[in-house]
Design a protein around this ligand. Structure first.
Ligand code: PLZ
Length: 455
């Protein structure tokens, strides 16, 4: 039996929640509308809402809301529930850990789960060199710590990031993030010593701009505007997430990594969104055989629990002085138990291969759509991290309104869909890998009809 047959037969590893889209009310339904009024009154308005329905249950490819609507999940809570919501192994491991103890602080009285996660990260991340890890809570916190480690290791201050980059919402990671609205505007001043280089963006670069040329363009900025001798780290998402699911041209990452090695600059892969089977490899760097010095992970690592990590060359990870890294909750025992069960699920259920199957199925549909519609300027992505870039017909001018209206129509039909991109014109798919082929196909059909309805 292939993985997809297994999927179809059992629909979801979690029995219980029927794997079928089903709308009982309009979207949003009356209970969600009520809750939204309470949210508006009690929650800071800076915390936005993509889809105004309130969840009560989720598993496989379905999120059920307070009005009894069952929605197709093509977002995974922004690439987090890669193994599915409430995946059985995660639930069992968390339950066991919660009953044993919930927190001691790893810096006060340590526990084995943290070490086991570090060992698993050493085994799974690219490269067979000696590795160590430190655990944190959020992606942004881990990115900040990767920069601290790189600075401690090199004794240099500067950090290079890229156009369209997203690294988080804390002060340093806001500085590293490219897009002003909504992430940065009004929240400065930002951390200094962050420099931005051009990204390889095959759809928008000149046609002759291959990976090597694009890398040389970025390296020239590093050499001329920063100077290798001042540069601690180059931080890059191997496939950009919030910036638009931009897959750099072949060879771009490898060339950058090589330059970093030659100049003792720490090459940091931010795999917060791309990691843990999402792209049809355990890590996106694996597709290009790139071995980063440090790799930052979060999101998909722990099936929905807040956990993040910096993993890297042992001598770099050991550069900060003793007690220089940490935090009250970093590597919380419940999150560590969830991570170990998540990793076990990925391996036992062949989810790397499942992501490749999702790529084949979804890319087929998206390419067919593109063949009939010149408003789909680009179809791209890897594994279960796929996107279409929407443009004004007959041009490459970004059409954010079109992306917004397709997403809105899909949501009204009960399909959770996200947009992204510097220009806001990218519709992205991040289904849980536990979704059935049937639900995925149905979700894609809704997107197709939403697109057709805008003609
Ligand atoms: N690095 C590559 O994708 C988080 C952001 C959602 P945190 N992306 C989702 C939002 O609007 O806040 C992300 C990422 C990459 C870092 C982060 C930051 O991870 O766990 O959100 O801090």
């Amino acid at each position: 039996m292939t993985t997809s047959e297994t999927r179809s037969a059992s629909a979801s590893p979690t029995e219980g929640l029927e794997q079928r889209r089903h709308l009982m009310t309009e979207i949003p339904g009356p209970r969600s509308v009520e809750l939204m009024a309470r949210k508006t009154a009690a929650v800071a308005s800076g915390v936005g809402t993509t889809m105004p329905v309130f969840a009560v249950e989720a598993s496989g490819g379905i999120v059920k809301d307070v009005d009894g609507n069952s929605l197709i999940d093509l977002g995974s809570g922004i690439a987090v529930t890669t193994v599915g919501n409430s995946a059985p192994r995660v639930v069992a491991a968390v339950r066991e850990q919660v009953e044993a103890f919930t927190h001691t602080c790893f810096m006060v009285t340590p526990y084995e789960g943290y070490i086991a996660v570090a060992e698993a990260l050493a085994r799974l991340t690219p490269g067979d060199h000696a590795k160590k890890s430190a655990l944190f809570n959020s992606g942004a916190e881990a990115v900040e710590n990767a920069v601290k480690i790189a600075r401690a290791h090199t004794g240099r201050p500067a950090v290079v990031v890229f156009d369209h980059a997203y690294h988080g919402r804390t002060n340093l990671t806001m500085a590293m993030t490219s897009k002003s609205m909504p992430y940065k505007s009004g929240f400065g001043p930002f951390a200094p010593e962050v420099y931005r280089a051009p990204m390889s963006y095959p759809y928008r670069d000149a046609k002759n701009m291959d990976g090597q040329l694009a890398a040389r363009r970025a390296i020239s900025i590093m050499e001329k505007q920063v100077g290798a001798g001042n540069l601690a780290a180059v931080v890059i998402e191997p496939i950009q997430g919030e910036g638009g699911f931009i897959v750099p041209a072949d060879g771009f990452l490898a060339e950058l990594a090589e330059w970093c090695t030659a100049h003792d600059v720490v090459f940091v892969a931010d795999e917060v969104q791309t990691g843990f089977a999402r792209t049809g490899a355990m890590f996106a760097c694996d597709h290009e055989g790139v071995v980063p010095d440090l790799i930052v992970t979060a999101k998909g690592i722990a099936g929905g629990f807040p956990l993040s990590a910096v993993t890297g060359r042992a001598e770099m990870m050991d550069a900060p002085h003793v007690a220089g890294l940490g935090g009250t909750y970093g590597g919380n025992p419940v999150a560590c138990a969830a991570a170990l069960a998540t990793i076990e699920t990925i391996e036992a259920e062949g989810l790397v291969e499942r992501a490749q199957e999702i790529e084949r199925l979804a890319l087929g549909v998206l390419h067919r759509l593109q063949a009939d519609d010149d408003r789909i300027g680009d179809v791209r992505g890897r594994g279960a991290m796929l996107a279409i870039e929407l443009v004004v017909s007959g041009s490459d001018e970004p059409d954010a309104a079109l992306a917004g209206s397709i997403a809105a129509a899909a949501r009204a039909a009960g399909v959770i869909t996200l947009t992204c991109g510097t220009f806001g014109n990218v519709l992205r798919l991040l289904p849980p890998l536990s979704i059935s082929d049937e639900l995925l196909t149905e979700g894609l059909e809704e997107i197709a009809s939403a697109l057709a309805a805008t003609r």
